[in-house]
Write a protein that binds this ligand. Structure first.
Ligand code: LLP
Length: 430
């Protein structure tokens, strides 16, 4: 049970609201956000990453989950925000998120996106490649602006996680490589470019990482670069952005470090390395997405058909699936589930939870232990707050579920359920 989940009279409650009541009021599938837990996670980061003492920055990675309401929470909790597209930037701007607190990422920002970022006045462009650098310089020159930038580095580090969410290795589409002097070529351009100001470096080694050692390697690479750039080019980099990727609990196989320990470990490592190589400690930046929101989100489904293949498997089908949670099919991600009104029952049945899409691969959980079930029971999958709603699709023309936020016994609708009409809105009826 994460955050403000508790069981009262056999029924699971989140933020003081019964999951049975939520499913009745809003129907299913339904994403439920534990707002208190999101805010607590933000505060843990602010406190232990020494945002106030050392001027470090915590930027929430919006790709994990970014409705307007989430922008508001992140803004109120004083985090920065990492956006990766015109769409995320647009959302943040609509939510009146302060533009100077935005970091604009992406390995192929389009000309329009770059213009939009500059016009809106985003704080930092995380520049991925020379092409982008040239465009930013050109547009800033036209507009007579100076844009603060970081360079994204490919640090050449292999983190132990799924191949699709690794990003730091040499063979990566992201960032300036170190082995072929790409970074130095970019820095040399800066002598001619007067409308960009290099203030830091960024790297992101991957996602769902438990091993602090990978970050240690990253810190080492980054700080040595700071020193090298100082000595070679006389450029003093003030900010080092280590990216996101901190692993979270999905099932009993996962053993994440608390935010506090993780932050303390990073800061200590950075201090040590800087001392050893003889440079001043730069401001540190991290970009957690999953570790802020994953455990704060859950999904409620209604069970429909139950197919018992004797001595083989029992398929329990739910009214959602890969359209609202692509992670099991895409990354073999694992989840836990329960029946929300039978929380004190023993988990005696072995079942496979299947989605409703026309794909054999649309399986949410393979072989899980669960309480006694019947059709119409409400099933909950926990830890779906990150990369669930944000990666949802309309495959099979299944509408996106609604999202409600719960806190202190109150529930508020933050994203409406998509209607059939919404889904055909952009289609022309000849
Ligand atoms: N910063 C950068 C530059 C990133 O590319 C990412 C994630 C993050 C921060 C945040 O990482 P987090 O703290 O959330 O792990 N869809 C995949 C995850 C892809 C993550 C991509 N980049 C999933 O569902 O596991």
């Amino acid at each position: 049970l994460h955050g403000s989940m508790y069981v009262k009279e056999d029924t699971l409650h989140i933020g003081g609201v019964s999951c049975v009541e939520l499913s009745k009021k809003y129907s299913t599938p339904l994403y439920v956000l534990d707002e208190k837990l999101v805010r607590e996670n933000c505060r843990e980061y602010i406190k232990h990453f020494k945002v106030n003492e050392n001027n470090n920055k915590v930027a929430y990675a919006g790709k994990a989950f970014l409705p307007l309401y989430m922008c508001k929470i992140i803004s109120e909790e004083n985090l920065y925000l990492d956006v990766v597209s015109g769409g995320e930037l647009y959302t943040a701007n609509k939510a009146k998120f302060p533009m100077e607190r935005i970091l604009f990422h992406g390995n192929n920002k389009t000309l329009d996106e770059i213009k939009m970022g500059i016009e809106l006045g985003v704080g930092i462009f995380v520049v991925d490649n020379l092409y982008e650098l040239e465009l930013i310089e050109k547009i800033c020159k036209e507009k007579n602006k100076v844009q603060k930038i970081y360079f994204r580095i490919t640090p050449g580090i292999e983190a132990h996680t799924h191949d699709y969410i690794k990003t730091g290795q040499v063979d990566s589409k992201f960032g300036f490589g170190l082995i072929n002097k790409e970074l130095y070529n970019a820095i040399e351009k800066l002598y001619r470019y007067k409308n960009v100001e290099l203030v830091g470096l960024h790297a992101h080694i991957g996602s769902q990482i438990f091993d602090v050692k990978a970050y240690m390697e990253e810190v080492e690479v980054m700080m040595k670069l700071v020193k090298e750039i100082q000595e070679k080019y006389n450029i003093y980099l003030k900010e080092i952005d280590l990216g996101g990727g901190i692993g979270v609990y999905y099932t009993k196989e996962d053993n994440p470090k608390p935010i506090k320990e993780f932050c303390e470990a990073i800061i200590k490592m950075a201090q040590k390395v800087c001392e050893r190589i003889g440079i001043n400690l730069p401001k540190l930046v991290i970009e957690p997405g999953r570790s802020i929101v994953a455990n704060a989100g859950s999904t409620l489904y209604t069970i429909g058909s139950i197919k018992d293949i004797k001595d083989v498997r029992t398929y329990v089908s739910i009214d959602g699936g890969m359209t609202d949670n692509i992670r099991p099919s895409l990354y073999h991600a694992r989840y836990e589930c329960s029946i929300v009104n039978k929380m004190n029952d023993k988990e005696l049945n072995k079942v496979t939870v299947a989605g409703k899409c026309c794909e054999s691969g649309d399986i949410l959980i393979t072989n899980t232990k669960i309480m006694d079930i019947k059709s119409d029971d409400i099933l909950i999958t926990t830890s779906t707050g990150a990369y669930g709603y944000s990666m949802a699709s309309n495959y099979n023309k299944i509408p996106k579920p609604a999202v409600v936020s719960v806190m202190n016994g109150k529930d508020i609708l933050i994203c409406k359920r998509q209607s059939y009409e919404d889904m055909i809105n952009l289609e022309l009826n000849f």
